[in-house]
Write a protein that binds this ligand. Structure first.
Ligand code: SAM
Length: 282
C-alpha cells in the first residue's frame, strides 16, 4: 500500500500560528523531510515532536526525492516542512509533489502561514487578481527582463526580497514600472511587523536613508489599464493615415474601410463616414 505526502506549513515568525492539524500530522508521520534540519529542530523541539527528520533542499532534491519516493512506495507517511511558511512557495516541495503525483502517491496540503497571502490581504492593493512573482534573480539582465515581462500586467504584483537586495530591487522597479504604489510588508507576524504603504519613489528615498532590516514582501499596484489603452491608441496610426496608406492599393471603398476599421478595432460605420469626407483627397 502507498504512503502519503503531507505538505505542512510552519510559522513565518510567530509560533502561535502553528495549526492544531499541522501538529497532529507532524506527530503522526513516519518521517519529516525538512529544508534545514537544524532550523526545524527548534520548532519540533518546541512542540515536542519526536519524529525522525531528514534534509530535503534545493541541492539534494534529486537524490533525496528518489529516497523519499521509495519510502512512500513502501507505505510510509512523510511530511515536508521548510524553514518557514508554505512548502513549495519559493521553497522546496514542488518537485516532490510532481514525483508523488507521477507515482500515484496521494498528496495532501495543509493550509497555514504563507508570507505573500498574509501581506497581500493587508496591503490595501486589489486582491481580486494578482501575480506572485517570487524572488528576482541576482543577475541584473535577467532581473530587468523579469520586470519588463510583467510591466504591462494589470494584476497586483507580489515579490519576495531579502533586506540586502531591497534597495537595488526598488530602484530597478522604479526604472521599469515608473512611480507606482507599493506596500512593503516587513517582519510579518513578528514583534516589529510593519506595513509601509507608499510609492516606489518614496520607498527608494526612505531606504536610502534607513538601511532595510528583516524580511520583506513587496506588493505593487498593477499597470493602469486606462493608461495602457491610451498608450496603445497613441501608438496606432490614425484612421486617416491608414486610409491614405491603403488607398494606393486600389481597394474598393468597402474593402478599404473594413481593413482600416479591423486594424484599429473601430466601428466600420465611423471609418466609412471619415472615408466619405476625405475621399476626394485620397
Ligand atoms: N515558503 C515561504 C512562504 O510560504 O511564504 C517563503 C519562503 S522564501 C525562502 C522566504 C521569503 O519569504 C523572505 O525572503 C521574504 O520575502 C518572505 N517572508 C518570509 N517570512 C516573512 C515574514 N515574516 N515577513 C515578511 N516576509 C517574509
Amino acid at each position: 500500500m502507498n504512503g502519503k505526502l503531507y505538505l505542512c506549513p510552519t510559522p513565518i515568525g510567530n509560533l502561535g500560528d502553528m495549526t492544531i492539524r499541522t501538529l497532529e500530522v507532524l506527530k503522526s508521520v513516519d518521517l519529516i523531510a525538512a529544508e534545514d534540519t537544524r532550523v526545524s529542530a527548534k520548532l519540533l523541539n518546541h512542540f515536542d515532536i519526536k519524529v525522525p527528520t531528514t534534509s530535503y533542499y534545493e541541492h539534494n532534491k534529486r537524490e533525496k526525492g528518489s529516497y523519499l519516493l521509495e519510502k512512500l512506495l513502501n507505505g510510509e507517511k512523510i511530511a515536508v516542512i521548510t524553514d518557514a511558511g508554505m512548502p513549495g512557495i519559493s521553497d522546496p516541495g514542488e518537485d516532490l509533489v510532481r514525483l508523488c503525483i507521477d507515482n500515484s502517491i496521494p498528496v495532501e496540503a495543509l493550509p497555514g502561514p504563507c508570507a505573500f497571502a498574509t501581506a497581500l490581504v493587508a496591503s490595501g492593493m486589489p486582491t481580486g487578481r494578482f501575480a506572485f512573482e517570487g524572488f528576482l534573480t541576482v543577475n541584473r539582465k535577467n532581473r530587468l527582463a523579469h520586470l519588463e515581462s510583467v510591466k504591462n500586467d494589470t494584476r497586483t504584483l507580489i515579490f519576495y526580497e531579502a533586506p540586502h537586495k531591497l534597495l537595488t530591487t526598488l530602484k530597478d522597479m522604479l526604472n521599469v514600472f515608473g512611480n507606482r504604489e507599493i506596500t512593503l510588508a516587513r517582519e510579518l507576524t513578528k514583534r516589529f511587523e510593519e506595513y509601509r504603504r507608499t510609492t516606489l519613489e518614496d520607498a527608494v528615498h526612505y531606504y536610502e536613508e534607513t538601511p532595510p532590516k528583516g524580511e520583506f514582501v513587496l506588493i505593487i499596484k498593477g499597470a493602469d489599464e486606462a493608461k495602457l489603452i491610451e498608450e496603445y491608441r497613441d501608438a496606432l496610426p490614425s484612421a486617416e493615415e491608414l486610409l491614405r496608406r491603403y488607398s494606393s492599393e486600389n481597394l474598393r471603398a468597402k474593402e478599404l474601410t473594413r481593413r482600416v476599421a479591423d486594424e484599429l478595432k473601430q466601428p466600420r460605420r465611423d471609418i466609412y463616414n471619415l472615408y466619405l469626407k476625405i475621399k476626394d483627397t485620397l
